[in-house]
Ligand binder design. Structure first.
Ligand code: SF4
Length: 312
């Protein structure tokens, strides 16, 4: 059976992801070099934590520690809770996962309904109770948003062929210092064979500068875990149908080691109460639980709203 031709947007994504004729893999020494660099940068933390009570490091924790440290610590102290916005991405990933093996007509509304049912009925899904508790209007709002994202994905992303070995929600784990510092990641979509993988972050919002840092962390983790660097990193905005790509280079992996080790050191110092957290204003101030008692953050939010302190 002949395949439908790709539309211009799908062709653009395909052209960005395919292996260039002149591509060569990075030398094998890159893996041992970046591993040695990471171990050396964190050598003095080797006995700060234990395998029983390790320091856990994820993409989200690295992002927040490099933002405002006080906000990072406040988030650590709070139990994570879902809301409609945070659960939307999870539902889109579940819908894409079902799409990979969907044999009948690919109707977004049918696939999203199956994704919602699957999450509600699976107690191992952390969003299960939250989605099950939604009122009918809330569920309709979530369903509409996820159908929109999945429709964009179907229209703008080339159909995922089984030969590309696509994996949704690909988990990776790597630990150092006798399992006392543990790095974990769950990558939205990975395609390609080992050594030439493309790691793709599917975004339901706009693409920001930190997304490249997020993906470089994934590339580092995948390199250390599989002992082969991936080939390319890509952030795909489902709303804007835009792809931002970066080739995995030795420089990108070294930059990931530096950012990761700086973040791990800051987390380790704060978790063990060796120093007080620093405050750094930024967009996170708008939803920070400390905003009511933080003068720097309150002033920043007033400036964002165009309110001059002299007006008060
Ligand atoms: S309000 Fe802003 S500066 Fe203050 S603690 Fe929160 S994130 Fe940091």
């Amino acid at each position: 059976m002949s395949e439908d031709p790709l539309n211009p947007l799908q062709q653009e994504v395909m052209d960005s992801l395919k292996i260039p004729d002149d591509w060569t893999p990075l030398p094998a020494t890159v893996v041992t070099d970046v591993e040695a660099q990471l171990l050396e940068e964190l050598a003095d933390l080797s006995d700060w934590f234990t395998a029983e009570q390790p320091l856990r490091v994820s993409k989200h924790l690295l992002t927040t520690i490099h933002g405002c440290e006080a906000h990072h610590m406040a988030q650590r102290a709070e139990a994570f809770s879902w809301n409609i916005n945070t659960v939307r991405g999870t539902m889109v990933h579940k819908a894409v996962e079902l799409l990979l093996n969907w044999k009948s007509e690919q109707l977004p509304s049918h696939i999203v309904d199956a994704a919602i049912t699957s999450v509600i009925n699976n107690p191992r899904e952390s969003a299960s109770d939250f989605v099950a508790s939604l009122s009918e209007p809330e569920l309709a709002e979530l369903r509409g948003a996820v159908v929109g994202s999945l429709t964009n994905f179907l229209e703008c992303f080339p159909p995922l062929k089984p030969q590309w070995r696509p994996v949704v929600e690909h988990s990776a784990r790597y630990a150092i210092h006798h399992d006392s510092i543990v790095f974990t990641a769950r990558m939205d979509l990975v395609i390609g064979l080992p050594g030439r993988k493309v790691i793709i972050d599917l975004k339901t919002g706009r693409i920001t500068a930190t997304h490249r840092d997020d993906l470089r962390f994934y590339a580092l983790l995948d390199t250390l875990r599989s002992r082969q660097p991936p080939r390319r990193l890509a952030t795909y905005s489902l709303d804007a149908a835009r792809l931002d790509t970066e080739d995995v280079s030795e420089g990108a992996l070294q930059a990931a080691v530096r950012r990761t080790s700086h973040g791990v050191r800051a987390m380790a110092e704060l978790v063990t109460k060796k120093r007080e957290p620093l405050k750094r204003t930024g967009m996170q101030c708008k939803w920070c639980p400390l905003l009511d008692t933080c003068e720097e953050g309150a002033q920043f939010v007033r400036q964002l709203s165009g309110i001059d302190d002299d007006d008060l």
